[in-house]
Design a protein around this ligand. Structure first.
Ligand SMILES: C[S@@+](CC[C@H](N)C(=O)[O-])C[C@H]1O[C@@H](n2cnc3c(N)ncnc32)[C@H](O)[C@@H]1O
Length: 347
């Protein structure tokens, strides 16, 4: 099950704007204490930030690269003044943002990857194949929201939209994106159909693309998933460089955490979870054995930068899934920073 598939089941339009996933497990992992400082790398609707601030007399520095999330979060900033700071920035910039504010080292960092229910529910953002909107998918679309200063805007350069990708990339590049970031087995057939169709008319809307993908794949028997799920996931990951962001964000977290500080990462699909698992395995000074068909053998490589708290990721309880189906594919990995100085060359 992919993030996109689950995301389309999000209760956003009919329920609360965004239900925080694995919240009690994240709190248990970070163990908020009075006087501590935490980083919420993906503020969204502020569910994690608020829970941390409510649990202890601590401070939270929150980041989000979406101007509309930052603007909507201003009421929470006011509510928690002066303990909550909310900065418009990608989490790959976390160590700079923390250094600029003289906050390092910090006691905990949490990531809740992917898109929020609000982003999916705004048809004009173009993330959803269930509602028609411009084929955009950039998380850092310049907001009609305004209110950004020049320095903030400079952090977030706008790359190509999803429409730019499907209308201009060649067939092989397109197929590779769908395969690499959507694990779409029919990537070549979809890329071929997209390239043929755009000769007549460029793609402009989400439903336009979804219907072409639907025609190539058909609705598979018994499959609840929309046929365009993997295509949309792939384009969103590519357009926002989500996997590159994650790699840099993890390195930044290692740099800003104090010895004993906790890292908690909630991911929603196997591409993300693989990166987190691999990073932590390597940074814990171990590397997997040479064969994936043999039981995991660990080789001690170097001084560890992290101690892995839960070798197997935590997943949501049935009770949580009953109220929030979006949590279905969530996985939480937790690690604790050792006192080995950060390795700036890690990636
Ligand atoms: C799943 S939501 C987080 C929800 C949040 N935990 C809550 O409880 O409300 C993910 C958020 O992360 C933001 N985001 C995604 N990638 C990011 C990145 N590389 N840097 C900063 N923010 C990012 C998205 O804009 C979105 O608002």
């Amino acid at each position: 099950m992919t993030a996109a598939a689950d995301s389309e089941a999000t209760p956003g339009r009919h329920g609360p704007p965004h239900i925080p996933v694995l919240l009690s497990e994240v709190l248990e992992a970070l163990k908020p204490t009075d006087g501590a400082t935490y980083i919420d790398a993906t503020f969204g609707a502020g569910g994690y930030s608020s829970a941390l601030l409510d649990a202890a007399r601590c401070d939270v520095l929150a980041l989000d690269r979406d101007p509309s999330a930052v603007q909507a979060g201003q009421t929470r900033v006011t509510h928690y003044t002066p303990r909550l700071s909310l900065v418009l920035a990608p989490f790959s910039d976390m160590s700079d943002v923390v250094a600029e504010r003289g906050l390092a080292p910090v006691d905990g960092v949490v990531f809740d990857l992917g898109v929020s229910s609000m982003q999916l529910d705004q048809a004009e953002r173009g993330f959803s194949f269930a509602q028609d909107g411009p084929l955009d998918m950039r998380m850092f679309a310049p907001a009609k929201t305004g209110g950004l200063d020049a320095e903030d805007s400079g952090r977030l350069e706008r790359g190509p939209s999803a429409a730019d990708v499907v209308n201009t990339f060649d067939e092989t590049e397109l197929a590779n994106i769908l395969y690499d970031f959507g694990e779409e087995r029919r990537s070549r057939a979809i890329a071929k159909a997209v390239v043929q169709r755009r000769l007549d008319k460029p793609f402009k809307t989400t439903l336009d693309l979804a219907s072409v993908v639907g025609r190539v794949l058909g609705q598979r028997g018994g499959d609840q998933k929309h046929p365009a799920t993997r295509t949309f996931q792939a384009l969103r990951i590519f357009v926002n460089d989500e996997l590159g962001e994650l790699r840099h964000g993890l390195v930044a977290a290692e740099q800003v955490l104090k010895p004993g500080g906790r890292l908690a990462v909630v991911s929603f699909h196997s591409l993300e979870d693989r990166i987190v698992k691999r990073f932590l395995t390597e940074r814990a000074g171990k590397t997997p054995g040479p064969s994936r068909h043999l039981p995991m053998q660990s080789i001690q490589l170097s001084e560890p930068y992290f101690r892995i708290v839960n070798p197997r990721p935590l997943t949501p309880s049935k009770g949580e899934l009953d109220v929030n189906p979006r949590a279905r594919s969530a996985r939480l990995r937790i690690a604790e920073r050792t006192n080995t100085p950060a390795n700036l060359a890690a990636s």
